[in-house]
Design a protein around this ligand. Structure first.
Ligand SMILES: Cc1cc2nc3c(=O)[nH]c(=O)nc-3n(C[C@H](O)[C@H](O)[C@H](O)COP(=O)(O)OP(=O)(O)OC[C@H]3O[C@@H](n4cnc5c(N)ncnc54)[C@H](O)[C@@H]3O)c2cc1C
Length: 247
């Protein structure tokens, strides 16, 4: 696999994983999210503090918007609980009960389950009933090529922090790979080229007609999402439903 293009498996399709995956996919890293179960944000009643939504947003709608954005960026989705991650010569093998996947990189974004990393030499931080994965300031674990993002990496228990950390981790992974990358920016036509610069890798210049087309599409897409209330109810704390443990 040494000569194959970079690829990443993101474990956990919650806020952090979706955000990390969007950035890796947009940078051209082949990206697959393997996830089972809902984001813990599904327990929220109404999100009041995610920037960009002045009157708040339904938590399930927020996750659906993040999923749609990741899908549009080219992320592949697999339903499944990851049971183990093993090191290989060229990267990792990620296993669910039914399947296995090879990748150059892994991002663990699976709050609150790090058990599938048991075979690897990661720093596990125990805090009461919770376990976190030790990372550096960019989200790298002690295992080369393995990153952790969001609450699992002991970030503040807030959706925007998880999303921001996911972005940080995704971009760090891109920088660590051999993908040619500057920033993920969309700029107006001429922004670079009128100064005699080439458009840097990861960036794009678009002309006015294309800008208007994209804005129109974004209005139509968002109108569809916000036409009707989101179906479903918040998920209650497990201890109120059974004897489970949770936040
Ligand atoms: C009641 C409640 C209300 C909240 N309200 C707010 C709020 O108003 N504002 C705010 O900012 N934050 C709020 N939060 C916090 C917010 O939901 C979290 O901080 C955020 O979702 C963390 O993102 P994450 O991606 O790290 O984890 P998650 O979003 O939980 O994503 C982790 C994903 O990984 C999956 N997963 C786990 N293990 C595996 C495995 N082995 N294999 C595959 N997939 C796996 C999980 O099922 C989940 O889909 C609230 C939390 C709770 C409990």
């Amino acid at each position: 696999m040494a000569d194959e293009p970079a690829s990443v498996i993101v474990v956990g399709g919650g806020v952090a994983g979706l955000s990390a995956a969007m950035f890796t996919a947009r940078a051209g890293v082949s990206t697959r999210i393997v996830s089972a179960g809902e984001s813990i944000l599904g327990r929220n009643a109404h999100v009041e503090n995610y920037p960009g939504f002045p009157a708040g947003v339904n938590p399930r709608l927020l996750v659906e918007l993040l999923r749609a954005q990741a899908r549009r960026a080219g992320v592949w989705f697999v339903d499944g609980t990851v049971e183990s991650v093993e090191r290989t010569e060229a990267g990792f093998t990620v296993r669910t009960a039914d399947d296995s996947f090879e990748s150059t990189y892994v991002v663990a974004a699976s709050w609150a389950d790090p058990s599938y990393l048991d075979a690897l030499d990661v720093d596990v931080v125990d805090r009461g009933s919770k376990q976190f994965i030790g990372v550096d300031a960019q989200g790298r674990t002690a295992v080369d090529g393995l990153y952790a993002a969001g609450r699992l990496a002991e970030q503040h228990h807030q959706a925007i922090v998880a999303a921001g950390h996911g972005a940080q981790v995704g971009l760090t992974l891109v920088e660590d790979s051999d993908v040619d990358f500057y920033h993920d920016w969309t700029a107006p036509e001429g922004y670079f080229t009128d100064r005699g610069r080439e458009v840097p890798p990861g960036c794009e210049e678009i002309d006015e007609a294309e800008r208007e087309r994209r804005e129109q599409e974004s209005l139509e897409v968002m109108q569809r999402y916000f036409e009707e209330p989101m179906p479903g109810e918040p998920t209650m704390h497990p201890s109120l439903v059974d004897d489970g443990d949770g936040d």
